[in-house]
Design a protein around this ligand. Structure first.
Ligand code: C5P
Length: 304
């Protein structure tokens, strides 16, 4: 008899409210001091049984160009990592429903990996705890543990070590989606090249940001948004300066490049302001799409 079970899970996109980047480590990664913030914008992954030992993936959505469907797909990698760890012989077919822009600095691939971990864990009834899944998530990518965790969190190490941040209220955002992605290693490489041989101090999250989050003061949060990858992303994609200027002129509290870019995210005061700015930004022609969303959102979870 055919196995009809299917599990749907979702996982959030992220923005980095602060992204301090330390020197390049011998393993090629960089130590970070970051504040991750999960958004309502999320991808879904549906897991269904497939022939033993196989992991197949198909991807659906409006903008899916550049998403691999071979074994390099992060959702497929997450399923393989879990199967190996839990000694699962069964196969899986993963259907990824993408809403998060691809290669945009919003952890879209990492969200798919986190959702796949949760979906496969439920499908295979592995009994893995949250801590075990977090360890497996870090093997798949630096941002995957946060997509599992959700909320607002301090990240250290290469981003995989997380501590929840106390945050009050909601933050409202407009995401200005650029035409085409940016390669994360390339943006880090550009930062390293600009730094040259100068010593780089260990990064540290400003306490003012944590205070602003605790008190739920969006204007104060806006004042502390910062990203060490913004300057290199702007050098690689100079047109982003116009996007930042457009959002500022249209009344955003603040704009910043998200992670390694090229998505520019604007913090605004409320939902109505987000919807207005999204429409106005799109009309300027300075972005491919403009999405209004809010945070913090929960981490990866089974939804059906
Ligand atoms: O961990 P992940 O595979 O997502 O990282 C992709 C690339 O981004 C790494 O190969 C590395 O070049 C860069 N990276 C980094 N330091 C980090 C995270 C990512 O240099 N903390």
């Amino acid at each position: 008899m055919r196995d009809e079970r299917r599990v749907r899970a979702c996982a959030p996109a992220k923005v980095n409210l602060y992204l301090g980047v330390g020197p390049r480590r011998p393993d090629g990664y960089h130590d970070l001091a970051t504040v991750f913030h999960a958004l309502d914008l999320a991808d879904d992954v549906v897991a269904e049984p497939a022939d033993p030992g196989t992991v197949a993936v198909s991807v659906h959505g409006e903008h899916t160009a550049g998403v691999p469907t071979d074994e390099s797909n992060l959702a497929a990698r997450a399923a393989r990592v879990l199967a190996r760890y839990a000694g699962v012989a069964a196969g899986v077919h993963l259907t990824v429903h993408k809403r998060i822009p691809v290669a945009g600095g919003l952890a879209g691939g990492s969200a798919d990996a986190a959702a796949a971990l949760v979906a496969c864990d439920a499908l295979w009834e592995t009994g893995c705890g949250r801590a075990e899944l977090t360890t497996l998530a870090a093997r798949v990518g630096s941002d995957v543990p946060f997509c599992l965790h959700g909320g607002t969190a301090l990240g250290s190490g290469r981003g995989e070590r997380l501590v929840p941040v106390m945050a009050t209220g909601r933050l409202h955002w407009v995401l200005a989606v650029a035409d085409g992605g940016l390669s994360t290693p390339r943006v880090y490489g550009e930062l390293d090249a600009a730094r040259g041989r100068r010593p780089v101090p260990a990064p540290e999250v400003p306490t003012g940001l944590l205070t602003a989050l605790r008190t739920g003061d969006a204007a104060a949060v806006a004042g502390h948004l910062a990203n060490d990858l913004q300057a290199p992303a702007l050098r690689l994609r100079p047109a982003l300066a116009r996007t930042l200027a457009a959002g500022r002129d249209l009344g955003a509290l603040r704009g910043i490049v998200s992670g390694s870019g090229p998505t520019v995210v604007f913090l605004v005061s409320d939902v109505a302001a987000a919807e207005r700015l999204a429409a106005d930004l799109l009309a300027t022609g300075e972005c491919l799409a403009a999405l209004a969303t809010s945070g913090p959102a929960a981490g990866a979870r089974v939804v059906a």
